[in-house]
Design a binder for this molecule. Sequence first.
Ligand SMILES: [Fe+2]
Length: 419
Amino acid sequence: MITLPHHVEFLSDAWLEEARTFLEHEVARRMEKLGDKPFSVSERFTHAPPHLKSPGGVVSWSLRYDGQTMTVARDFNADADLVVEGDYQAALTMAQFVGLLAPGAQEAMFREAGTVFGKDAVRVRGSLQNDAVSEMLLLLHDHMGRRTVENPDLAHRADRQGLSARIREMEEKGYTIIERAISPQFADEVRAATLRALLPHQSFSMNWMLYHGREFEQLIQNPLLMTLVDASLGRGAVIASFSSIRKGPGAGVIPIHTDYAHVPEPYPEFAMTGVGVWALEDWRTESGPTWIVPGSHKMRRAPRPGEGHNAAVPIEMPKGSVVYFTHGVWHWQGDRSEPGDRVTLHAHFNRGILRSLEPKKTDVQMLHRNAPRLGEMLGEDDWFDKMSAAGRDYVRFGYMNKLHAFTEKQKRLILEGTS
Ligand SMILES: [Fe+2]
């Protein structure tokens, strides 16, 4: 396993041990509420990543309470009161969702995982009759969620998410589109939250959107966009800026450019920065979408005056989609002929070795209500800015080195593949 000591991989031995410790502790202090009626839960998932070395790629676990004692085991119990089955990557996406006691949170978790993997990717049967038991298990989910890392096998993850071809396209054209990466309902929620955040004096654009509500914390960790970010910038990529733009009818106001400010030419062969732009309404040419010059990143330089416009394409995509462009590809903001506002979120990431535009404001409550993925993009998992009187943070250095190497190796497999 490749994790920091305080993190775990979903359904690894360390994950199971952490779940056991949590449950033993919670059962002891909730004995009275739990009562003496036995209950049991079991989960089984297929297509686990090969490095977990589970027989046939199937991983499972179960818990049993006999009225006094909690037992946690590796075996699958098909007769448990509550049985959860499905695809490992879909279940891992749900496992990273923290805050299940909040109103509507469980429904949102199933809805967003269903949007990506199909509504039957994770199936639940049976139920638990005691509210105290349900509450304890939701708290277990959160406890594990804030420790559970994304699948580090980029090739396996991209395959299960259906993104392998998108990654090859990203390298070839400098951008790719993931259609309907979030549900229309979530897109509406993010749009409303953005308009709520935009103050009268910030009517056009606002930065630091991460700090404007739960919707933004969840959007920026979108697991599909994260796979593109990992593939282009490597693990440990950090938020450069997270901005919103509200754009009404009229000519575009951002002319053709690359996102490589102050980078000497020729640009490096590896990508240094990438931006995911979220469409919160349907994007047509009339909407004033982003325009991109496909393949222009291969020039490894900024456009010269008057250059590039003839070869550009408008990014048309339905509400809830994201376009991710990287590698210094040429792009600009289109003219809008439709009435109304185009409201967008721009998640701009930098390779982890680079500085950002937004200073990182690490909020311990925010880290507590999210999976480790959020901490990673705030620089929590690498050794930068960690030096103490005792010296360098070699634990984080070693961890990130291994993660970079594994990610690079698996990216090569994706680029060589055809699936
Ligand atoms: Fe840009």
